[in-house]
Write a protein that binds this ligand. Sequence first.
Ligand SMILES: Nc1ncnc2c1ncn2[C@@H]1O[C@H](COP(=O)(O)OP(=O)(O)O)[C@@H](O)[C@H]1O
Ligand SMILES: [Mg+2]
Length: 336
Amino acid sequence: MVSLRKLAFTLLAYTATPALSTPIAHPRDLPTTLTTRFTPFNVGHVDQVGGKKFTNFNNQPIGTGGAAHIYEGVMDGQRVVIKICRQEPNGDQHYLELCRGEITVMKELEGILEGHAPKLLAHDDNGSQVRIVMNRAEGGDLFDATSDGYAKSLDGKSRRKIAKDILGIVTKLHAEGWAYRDLSLENIMFADANKADGTLWLIDPAWAIDGESKFSGGVTEHYLAPELIASREGEKSEPIDQRPADVYAVGIDMLIFVCGINMNFFTSKGYFPLNLSTKDRQQKLQSILGKYYKLVGNKDLLNLLAQMIEPNPANRITAKDALNKVQNLKDYDFNL
Ligand SMILES: Nc1ncnc2c1ncn2[C@@H]1O[C@H](COP(=O)(O)OP(=O)(O)O)[C@@H](O)[C@H]1O
Ligand SMILES: [Mg+2]
């Protein structure tokens, strides 16, 4: 079940996720009434999708975002989930467009992400709802695994494996010219119920893009690299290579998840203060790392994290080099 904090956080992420063609609303400036837009919507009963039989539909969502809800069911004898997106009550279609885009990207990334993403099993679109059926990740997402204390309980071996797996997938995407652009902890899932030894999946690829692009609002606020903040705020409006920003986001994931950094380091509510300037944000990150320099024996791991959240994208480590460093570290280096 989705925690309230997660729900609030996801809503916030979505409020920062605008119509593809409209300007980005900065979360600081959002009217509080916006939350009313996100009251769960009634999707009715699902018994087929795209002409394929869908059974055991459970109308309690297991995940929920801005205009998308995720439900469980069964298709072709497998446990699946269905992501249902709808148009806004005022007829606005931007979430539907996002979900249509997600279907296209799922198809395009199928080969590259083979084994590291749920398979697209069926989809349909009736003009006011888009529905996407995919395999179900059985182990939950990394956000929940952080909030429920699981991340903290992991040994160095499992932590290192998770870091290696995420960086491995991202290296592969980057080698093919793709930037994922939304590598939040909520979008990385344990495929198997046995999390520690399981495979990781990337979900929610709607924002992934092949080649350079302008900032589009896809990335969840707390993971935004400084160059994206600059580009969002209009200091730079040229399309840029967003692969370094993926590395930054994974750096934040690793700070929180792999290194077991208490989210309260980020704010009292968890995560990162949204109203910080790029400079203050960077200073805060460095000071968090500084604290860990005193606590953690392994400086190489902390140096790697510092290189991943390096503010200048030109000097930031690449996913491939970060992966090499993790491969050269030992399991015990990830012990906390
Ligand atoms: N294939 C899946 N299996 C199990 N849970 C999923 C799956 N896809 C999504 N979820 C859950 O639903 C949440 C929201 O799904 P996501 O596709 O990220 O929607 P949004 O676009 O609203 O962020 C995820 O963070 C995850 O907890
Ligand atoms: Mg998501």
